[in-house]
Design a binder for this molecule. Structure first.
Ligand code: PRP
Ligand code: MN
Ligand code: MG
Length: 175
């Protein structure tokens, strides 16, 4: 089976929106420091673009929680592949994701993080598919785009580990 990529959100649109959300976050955290947690691997491109444009002090840590493997559908099983290096005690934690789909990954992760006594935990995502949610309690604090239920790639998002490096968001069309 071969696939084609149709552009859904072009590079300029994505960058402009990331700047807006970065400004919103910078304003909300004025006088504070943000401890950003990138959810690997999908969140890495968005985290870099976002972090560069935030005007309050930022520290970074990385966690890998995988549920999709190489499939286009969530297995429902969340696995910690790599844990954080630093404790979260008293920090203003901002979790950065590429996409919230069923919400299973973040529901699990937010639970784990909140038990480590951070001062606050907020969630920022590049894309959200609110229609696909199967779990409750995943509140998105900052979102760049709500998108319809299509399989998207680029800006960190993969199909069988490919296409993460596309500088835009595209829809995979199977033919
Ligand atoms: C994808 C995506 C989110 C999660 C969203 O990660 O990057 O982390 O799935 O899906 P959910 O809301 O249904 O849980 P994936 O498990 O594919 O790992 P990856 O980031 O390494 O691609
Ligand atoms: Mn992911
Ligand atoms: Mg994936």
């Amino acid at each position: 089976m071969s696939e084609k990529i149709r552009v859904l959100l072009d590079e300029e649109t994505v960058e402009k929106r990331i700047c807006e959300v970065a400004a919103q976050i910078s304003e909300a955290y004025k006088g504070k420091e943000i401890h950003m947690i990138c959810v690997l691997k999908g969140g890495v491109f968005f985290m870099c673009e976002l972090a560069k444009r935030i005007t309050v002090p930022v520290t970074l840590d990385f966690m890998s929680v995988s549920s999709y493997g190489d499939d286009t559908k969530s297995s429902g099983v969340v696995k910690i592949v790599k844990d954080l290096d630093q404790p979260l005690e008293d920090k203003e934690v901002l979790v950065v994701e590429d996409i919230i789909d069923s919400g299973r990954t973040l529901s699990y992760l937010l639970d784990v993080l909140k038990r480590r006594n951070p001062n606050s935990v907020k969630l920022c995502t590049l894309l959200d598919k609110p229609d696909r949610r199967v779990v409750e309690g995943v509140d998105v604090d900052y979102c760049c785009f709500n998108i319809p239920d299509e399989f998207v790639v680029g800006y960190g998002l993969d199909y069988a580990q490919k296409y993460r490096n596309l500088p835009y968001i595209g829809v995979v069309e199977f033919e």
